[in-house]
Design a protein around this ligand. Structure first.
Ligand SMILES: Cc1cc2nc3c(=O)[nH]c(=O)nc-3n(C[C@H](O)[C@H](O)[C@H](O)COP(=O)(O)OP(=O)(O)OC[C@H]3O[C@@H](n4cnc5c(N)ncnc54)[C@H](O)[C@@H]3O)c2cc1C
Length: 664
């Protein structure tokens, strides 16, 4: 059976309606139609070809990114595409570039932190791309510790200007995407100083380059920070450095929606809580969680289709060999990742709702839920991006040797994806923020204040700290109440244990430093509970389509039970479950793998990815892997000639040498 027939056979075994699952995956029929149309629009345009990226030089790659970005901008305006369509269109272009930072960071920063006048002035230019912006926060010396930033913005009352200055080498901005070669403007974060007083870090809109010839303005030193991880990959982006030498900007370019500096140089601090800024973070991190599901799904789609095509061993008397997807070890590594893709999708959907809820509350000056919303989005960003990075690498290994080829699509996906663990908050630093929030929530349990939102389960502390799981047999692990209780009890017991250990220290901060590793684990347990519970909530709602709900149930329990298996130490050491209950959980997991097996290819088809977006010879829809691997190999510049360059210079002299060494 060739790859084509193989995948057709797999598809014929599906026990559910794939088209209905596509709608569930997309979130709605409308969302499916937009994403389906946009992905095909990109795939059909030769300008967006991307298979040649690995063999391009950095300069070629950069120029090609400019070409694609400008072509996309032209299409978006000429067709024209709505904002929703444009976002999807850019997403399916699948080429990191300056546009990402302009639309995802520069414009939202002005929207969120600018006054009405500032928004009117700058957004009208930015929305037409008359200016191109980036987000310049991180410096050479400080990223996570934003309060440690060194760039200064000193108010000069004589000229009504701020003087931006980089006092040390470590104060150089370092990393902002789009800064190195493209951006004309940036939102720059610097320490605000008025009358000799330091008011901490604030945002400023700064012009960097001349709008006529693109040269840096006097007082600005700017450039690209150099090649990053992986060939091609994220190197299409011009991450940059930036230094100021007493560079002046008008006072009205400080982002003044919250704090202000008056004409006289008086600093007026914000009269709304600083937490208002969390609203923007919830929005950005919600997008990152949704993107985690997309990246995980992409890797899993490649590994699943290839695992169905690839055969190794198992033939009797010259008969057909075993598809590698039929090995239980392959299923045990692959199916939890498939389940994670769906789990992250649904928690991302819920985060979208949370963002709307937070925004509405903010408008009504209700800040009560912000700390909880902030903690859970920070934790979910951290947990889903870490799991997705690991998952992509696991998918590469699941594809054996061919997974290591560039044309498998997996090395590039990994190289582009993995910095998501670092940008928008280092994942460990984010979990520590969650841990601080959890410790506070535990300390308030005796105060009578009912915990809300994702910590509501802590309100049942008395029960959860004592309960014993009532699981007796494998099927009990398909009972949502029993699964939830196990995750809630484990999360709470880990948090309470950290709080107890903290209380043994006289100095809380010293205790916190000592217990960092345990605190991160407690935070992760809390986040895993959120993902499991949101998947269960999704199943409780209406899900249309033949067999769709049943497949999602299987995936939900695979997700939960594989976490129990992976973190068994936590579950056993907190006495949440017994070793017998763990053993029947593994039994149930094996049974679920068998149920997913005939549906695996159809479950990844439901992601509706085009071959263009997948960018993988191994994950092709038609399964025609081997001939296409040859085609790709023959395209390599090394195969332009049969005898390579350098033969006459090095290989021939080497093999024709006449050595006179006494040793030989
Ligand atoms: C591809 C990419 C794109 C980026 N784009 C932008 C951009 O457009 N604009 C911008 O301003 N920045 C950007 N950044 C920078 C990014 O936001 C920072 O790198 C990130 O916030 C991490 O900060 P850091 O580099 O200081 O890491 P560090 O904080 O130095 O981390 C180093 C190690 O220390 C650990 N650590 C740090 N603090 C603690 C602590 N308190 N407790 C325990 N462990 C700790 C971390 O976990 C990590 O293991 C980008 C980065 C990358 C990789």
């Amino acid at each position: 059976m060739d790859g084509d027939d193989q995948l057709a056979h797999e598809r014929s075994k599906a026990e559910f309606n794939v088209d209905d699952m596509k709608i569930v995956w997309a979130g709605s029929r409308h969302a499916f139609e937009v994403s389906n149309r946009m992905s095909r629009l990109v795939a059909s345009d030769p300008v967006f070809e991307k298979s040649n990226r690995a063999v391009m030089t950095r300069k070629e790659l950069f120029k090609n990114t400019l070409r694609k970005s400008v072509h996309a901008w032209k299409l978006i305006n000429e067709l024209p595409l709505s904002e929703e369509e444009s976002v999807m269109f850019r997403y399916f272009m699948d080429q990191p570039g300056f546009m990402d930072l302009h639309w995802r960071m520069f414009v939202p920063a002005i929207k969120g932190q600018g006054t009405e006048e500032q928004k009117q002035k700058w957004l009208s230019l930015a929305n037409k791309m008359k200016i191109i912006g980036c987000y310049a926060q991180t410096e050479l010396g400080h990223g996570s510790n934003v309060q440690g930033l060194e760039t200064t913005a000193t108010f000069d009352p004589q000229t009504d200007q701020f003087i931006l200055h980089s006092p040390t080498q470590t104060s150089s901005k370092w990393w902002p995407g789009g800064l190195g070669k493209v951006s004309t403007h940036a939102v720059v974060y610097a320490r605000l100083i008025t009358n000799g007083k330091d008011h901490g870090v604030h945002g400023f809109i700064v012009q960097l380059r001349n709008l006529d010839d693109h040269s840096p303005l006097p007082g600005i030193t700017i450039g690209d920070i150099g090649v990053k991880f992986g060939n091609g990959a994220y190197n299409s982006m011009d991450n940059g450095f930036l230094m100021f030498d007493k560079f002046r900007i008008p006072r009205d370019q400080m982002l003044m929606r919250l704090s202000k500096v008056t004409r006289e140089g008086k600093y007026v601090p914000s009269d709304v809580p600083r937490q208002l800024m969390y609203g923007t973070m919830v929005s950005v991190r919600q997008t990152i969680v949704s993107n985690a599901s997309v990246a995980m799904a992409r890797a899993v789609c490649i590994a699943t289709r290839y695992s169905a095509v690839r055969r190794q061993f198992g033939s009797q008397n010259g008969g057909i060999e075993t598809q590698v997807i039929d090995y239980k070890t392959q299923q045990n590594r692959l199916f939890p990742l498939l389940a994670s893709a769906y789990a992250f999708r649904f928690v991302g959907e819920w985060l979208k709702w949370l963002y709307t809820d937070v925004t509405q509350r903010l408008e009504a000056s209700d800040f009560a839920t912000l700390p909880e919303a902030h903690a859970c989005t920070a934790g979910l960003k951290s947990m889903t991006t870490s799991a997705t990075s690991d998952g992509i690498e696991e998918c590469r290994k699941l594809c054996g040797g061919h997974g290591y080829l560039w044309c498998s699509g997996l090395p590039e996906l990994f190289a582009v994806y993995v910095p998501a663990c670092t940008y928008e908050g280092d994942n460990v630093v984010l979990q520590l923020q969650v841990a601080r929030f959890l410790m506070k929530s535990v300390s308030q349990l005796s105060s009578g204040k009912a915990p809300a939102g994702t910590t509501a389960y802590m309100g049942r502390a008395k029960h959860l700290l004592q309960c014993r799981s009532s699981v007796r047999k494998a099927e009990d692990w398909l009972n949502p109440a029993m699964v939830l209780e196990a995750f809630e009890a484990r999360a709470l017991r880990m948090a309470v244990s950290c709080a107890n250990n903290l209380s043994k220290f006289e100095n809380q901060e010293q205790g916190f430093s000592e217990l960092l590793a345990d605190l991160v684990e407690a935070a992760i347990a809390h986040c895993q509970l959120i993902v499991v519970s949101k998947f269960i909530v999704k199943l409780e709602g209406e899900i249309k389509g033949r067999g769709v709900k049943n497949q999602l149930k299987n995936l939900c329990y695979i997700y939960a039970l594989h976490l129990i298996h992976k973190h068994l130490g936590d579950f056993l050491s907190t006495n949440t479950i017994t070793s017998e209950q763990a053993s029947v959980a593994s039994q149930q997991l094996r049974s679920l793998y068998s149920q997913v097996r005939p549906n695996a290819v159809a479950l990844v088809d439901a992601f509706d990815y085009t071959d263009h977006y997948l960018g993988s010879v191994l994950g092709r829809y038609d399964g025609n892997v081997y001939p296409k691997l040859f085609e790709e190999a023959l395209k390599d510049p090394l195969n332009d000639s049969v005898v390579p360059d350098g033969y006459r210079e090095y290989i021939r002299p080497l093999i024709k040498q006449k050595l006179r060494s006494a040793r030989l």
